[in-house]
Design a protein around this ligand. Structure first.
Ligand code: C5P
Length: 227
């Protein structure tokens, strides 16, 4: 078992990122937003060639000169760079999320990004959020959570996040996009979005972030006591 890894998986809009950051700050652990890697790779590929059928046929070639890295500045969220270009803000749209979901079904892309994700496992510990953190990438994690919520609540949260980032969207269209992405993520053959067998499932529809944080941190502290 990997004693110092906490995984938080689930679909978009359940509050994974918020909770993962709160836990990471509380424990002084590193934080990995694995979705931002999928988004960055997908957007870079799209900029190179927007015909994804063609790209996916020869992905080894298209990804060969792509390098992604996170850079931290004191007290700020990580910035993400692709071949030294700042991608932090431009990966946040739903269009990029859907591109990411297309790329995420390919084993070559997943292998590439899994290597990046493992690099984040360093002292004192890691909180990783995504779709397959607990089932695949850190399957030996100490504590695994799987967050869910109703589609209406998830879409509302995504809408607010997008608004905060200055991106306009409307609720019915967003619901359709999230459902499309859920379908692609849960039905893909490799690393589909499902709770790990040993994950603790929390429905966040009717509880706020501080309540989810309290529940999760108590469980984590109990588990850390036992190691
Ligand atoms: O978490 P986020 O919404 O940024 O993820 C964007 C997309 O990247 C997801 O819909 C999913 O297709 C893919 N993804 C994945 N595995 C992860 C994280 C994200 O397949 N661990």
């Amino acid at each position: 078992m990997n004693h110092k890894v906490i995984t938080i998986d689930g679909p978009s809009g359940v509050g994974k990122g918020t909770i993962a950051i709160m836990i990471a700050e509380e424990l002084g652990y590193n934080y990995l937003d694995s979705g931002s890697l999928y988004r960055s790779l997908a957007l870079k590929l799209y900029e190179k060639n927007n015909n994804f059928d063609e790209v996916l046929k020869n992905l080894d070639y298209w990804i060969s000169d792509i390098a992604i890295d996170f850079r931290y500045k004191d007290g700020q969220k990580a910035q993400i760079f692709v071949n030294n270009e700042d991608f932090t803000d431009k990966i946040r749209t739903e269009k990029v999320a859907i591109l990411a979901s297309n790329i995420a079904k390919d084993p070559i892309a997943r292998d590439m990004l899994e290597k990046y994700q493992r690099k984040y496992l360093s002292a004192p510990g890691l909180v990783a959020d995504g779709r397959d953190m607990g089932t695949k990438v850190f399957s030996d994690a100490n504590t695994k959570f799987y967050l869910t919520a109703s589609i209406e609540k998830r879409a509302e949260r995504r809408l607010n996040q997008l608004k905060d980032q200055g991106i306009s969207a409307n609720l019915p269209a967003l619901i359709q996009k999230l459902l499309l992405r859920d379908k692609a993520d849960t039905e893909r053959l490799i690393s589909p979005l499902i709770p790990a067998k040993d994950a603790i499932i929390i429905d966040t529809s009717d509880i706020d972030a501080s309540e989810v944080f309290n529940r999760t941190i108590n469980i984590i502290r109990d588990n850390l006591k036992n190691i």
